[in-house]
Design a protein around this ligand. Structure first.
Ligand SMILES: [Zn+2]
Length: 81
């Protein structure tokens, strides 16, 4: 993984995710772009190869209304803005 990231940095690749946004990855884990992990940050897919899905404001509101769960990053607690 480190090797992949180093090669991408060397090429000047930029993360494909927004650090301030929330994403659903890794079998339903909720993480902000900054904590998705380098694989997902640079490729848009987590280490199991699944596409990470950006949580839209509408989806965040629905989660709160339906599941009484306010989406937040599991690492830093950042909430959908
Ligand atoms: Zn975070």
């Amino acid at each position: 993984m480190v090797g992949i990231t180093r090669a991408q940095r060397a090429r000047g690749d930029r993360p494909v995710v927004d650090d301030a946004a929330l994403y659903i990855a890794d079998n339903g884990r909720c993480l902000c772009g900054a904590h998705l992990g380098n694989m997902a940050r640079f490729t848009g897919r987590d280490i199991s190869g699944q596409k990470v899905e950006r949580m839209t404001p509408a989806a965040a509101r629905k989660a709160l209304r339906v599941f009484h769960w306010e989406p937040a990053c599991e690492t830093c607690g950042r909430k959908a803005s």
